[in-house]
Design a protein around this ligand. Structure first.
Ligand SMILES: Nc1ncnc2c1ncn2[C@@H]1O[C@H](COP(=O)(O)OP(=O)(O)OP(=O)(O)O)[C@@H](O)[C@H]1O
Length: 633
């Protein structure tokens, strides 16, 4: 029974109620990309670390621990290798051949051990990179694909550019850069402490104090040079995403563009994006030039500083009582200790270039995570996971939707598309929604499917989403990547995993009924992997027929069809509609063709400016006069 009027009292307390929201394109609370090395960076970085190191016993923590042990051992060996020259000075000055031979053997052993440890260190860093990338990407996917987040992010939110690029490329680069930094950072506190002590031991307080002072000056100047780089890197990544998206747009719409012979204009537009990307890249390089000058100057001055520090005790006469051999050995040993301490600091300064990259990517990923969390908070009542378990919500058994004084508008507009629509969509009463272009027909489905929020009033979905419930066929046929079977059973992953050939027969039968059984031959079978893009090889009509095969397979109680037969002849349309009815589906159709009227009982006309009309096309139960052959379904 489909009726309209005031429904407020009996239905508004049911579980799937939503409404009374203001729909606007979401302009975000963040004032804009804050992309520097600030407190926000620290917060975002720490929250990403929680994903990478979820618990003390996680694999990442274990690998990090192993890396720490390895790098510390490596440092011990490096120290031994570092003092070898001073020992060589001693044995050569003493002309001690036996000690020289032993020293050669020791040097070879230490070098072998050192290179093995270094390789292991690199290997663990690579493993950590893969593990981190997996954890972070999966974490982002979990939010991105939850509810309608991916839709809201890509269609309704303007503040987050290129979410796809943030998930794929930026995450990869962040993990790569962090793994590059890991072994250097992890060992720094230990080596700095150890060599500071050694330096103090050799040169007194002068050595460590001058090196620390030098490091502080270097850090401050680098921080100043890095600030603008982080922001420009953020910009560059955005433009990189825009450029790639333009190419993807051409790839997906190559045929349409070719029909327009649009090579020239697309060339111009793509080059324009490339230019703005390259300009930003050049700006980034100009800013990096100053940072590189700073870093390199710091490195070279560091090497020079070590000799000044060593010179002080020599010129002040502290080592006057040593023989020339002992003095050479001591200078060699001290030089190593000072140079290594300065080198430890230089490495930290060198990391500033990597850190500026890390900060840029951290902001991009952090911003995406915050936006997704924000969307999830707003849509906490949305639960499409029900498709998997077919959990049907309690409600009148014969009803799909109840609308009560529903008003809604499009995100960019202040004008209502539909005002105060009250209506019940029940089993067996087929509804046709008509109206001029842009009057809000598809938008009504968006509100019913909860992609858009209503402006006021209530919408209640009393049947579950999915097979045996409600299924939507969108205006643009959606074909996933995968085999023919995966196309037909979409959006199910595998509903009948153990059914084997029985399911095959059903799928083949439905493909035949939908008029696309030829696809079986083209693909080579239901489960043959195809290397083509389905959109490139199927005609629009074939795509629509394939979507009907999907509908027959899933056999929902209610099928919502948005101009689902616009590319087919009236005859084909009639056949498919009658099959749907024969399979027991109640149809809610959107369309422009008057030929559709005969398959429906009630018509809802959207007249624009919020107005609407409901008309009965035929009495309940009246047949459309067509009987189709017994298909044995
Ligand atoms: N994501 C969006 N952001 C802003 N406005 C939108 C969005 N999607 C649709 N609109 C606008 O909402 C209005 C209603 O669109 P809708 O798709 O419902 O039209 P329709 O009646 O289905 O038209 P058609 O018959 O061409 O399919 C249109 O003016 C459209 O431009």
């Amino acid at each position: 029974m489909l009726s309209f009027g005031h429904w407020r009292h009996s239905f508004i307390t049911r579980p799937l109620i939503w409404g009374t929201f203001t729909l606007k394109k979401i302009h975000v609370a963040y004032p804009g990309p804050e992309t520097s090395l600030d407190w926000r960076f620290v917060q975002r970085f720490l929250s990403i670390q929680k994903v990478l190191f979820p618990s003390w016993t996680s694999q990442s923590v274990l690998m990090f621990g192993t890396l720490l042990v390895l790098t510390l051992t490596e440092q011990l060996i490096i120290y031994q290798v570092g003092i070898l020259p001073s020992q060589f000075y001693m044995v050569l000055a003493d002309k001690d051949y036996a000690a020289f031979r032993n020293l050669i053997t020791l040097a070879i052993l230490l070098i072998l051990l050192n290179s093995t440890l270094k390789s292991l260190d690199q290997y663990i860093c690579s493993q950590m990179y893969v593990g981190w990338r997996q954890s972070l990407t999966e974490n982002l996917h979990a939010d991105y694909f939850r509810g309608r987040v991916y839709y809201t992010l890509n269609v309704l939110r303007e503040d987050i550019d290129n979410p796809d690029q943030r998930i794929s490329q930026d995450t990869e680069r962040l993990c790569k850069q962090m793994s590059n930094m890991a072994s250097r950072i992890i060992v720094s506190p230990f080596t700095l402490a150890y060599y500071t002590y050694q330096c103090y031991h050799s040169t007194g307080w002068m050595g460590p104090v001058s090196i620390f002072g030098y490091f502080v000056v270097g850090t401050i100047s680098n921080k100043m040079l890095m600030g603008p780089i982080v922001h420009t890197l953020f910009q560059q990544e955005k433009l990189e995403g825009d450029f790639r998206f333009k190419h993807m747009q051409i790839r997906v719409n190559a045929e349409s563009a070719a029909f327009y012979r649009a090579g020239k204009v697309e060339h111009m537009r793509t080059d324009r994006r490339l230019q703005s990307l390259l300009q930003t890249q050049k700006r980034l390089m100009n800013k990096e030039l100053w940072l590189y000058i700073g870093v390199n100057t710091f490195d070279y001055l560091g090497g020079f500083l070590s000799y000044i520090i060593i010179a002080i005790p020599i010129f002040t006469g502290i080592y006057d009582d040593l023989s020339p051999g002992e003095l050479s050995a001591l200078i060699s040993r001290n030089a190593f200790v000072c140079i290594y301490l300065i080198n430890g600091f230089s490495q930290l300064i060198d990391l500033s270039t990597t850190l500026s990259d890390v900060a840029g990517y951290t902001h991009r990923i952090g911003e995406l995570r915050e936006a997704m969390a924000d969307i999830l908070r707003r849509q906490c009542d949305y639960d499409p996971g029900r498709i998997a378990d077919f959990n049907i919500h309690a409600g009148p058994a014969d009803t799909a939707f109840v609308l009560d004084r529903l008003s809604f508008r499009s995100p960019d507009s202040d004008e209502l598309l539909v005002e105060e629509l009250s209506l019940k969509i029940s089993q067996g009463r087929h509804l046709l929604v008509v109206g001029n272009t842009g009057t809000g027909k598809t938008s009504l489905l968006r509100v019913l499917n909860r992609l858009w929020e209503a402006d006021s009033g209530f919408v209640q979905m009393t049947t579950c989403f999915g097979p045996r419930g409600i299924l939507f066929l969108p205006q643009k046929p959606y074909l996933t990547d995968g085999t023919l079977r995966e196309q037909v059973i979409y959006p199910l992953k595998d509903i009948y995993p153990a059914s084997g050939s029985v399911d095959d027969e059903r799928i083949i039968q439905f493909l035949e009924l939908a008029g696309v059984s030829n696809l079986l031959k083209r693909t080579g079978g239901l489960d043959e992997k195809v290397d083509w893009n389905w959109y490139d090889v199927l005609s629009p009509g074939e795509m629509q027929r394939l979507c009907f095969a999907r509908l027959f397979y899933l056999q929902p109680k209610y099928a919502v069809l948005d101009e689902a037969t616009s590319a087919l002849t009236e005859e084909a349309e009639g056949q498919l509609y009658r099959l749907c009815k024969q399979l027991g589906m109640t149809l809610i159709s959107l369309g422009h063709r008057s030929s559709l009227e005969k398959y429906h009982d009630v018509s809802l006309r959207l007249c624009g400016g919020g107005r609407w009309e409901l008309t009965t096309l035929k009495e309940n139960g009246a047949d459309d006069g067509h009987v189709i052959e017994d298909t044995g379904l």
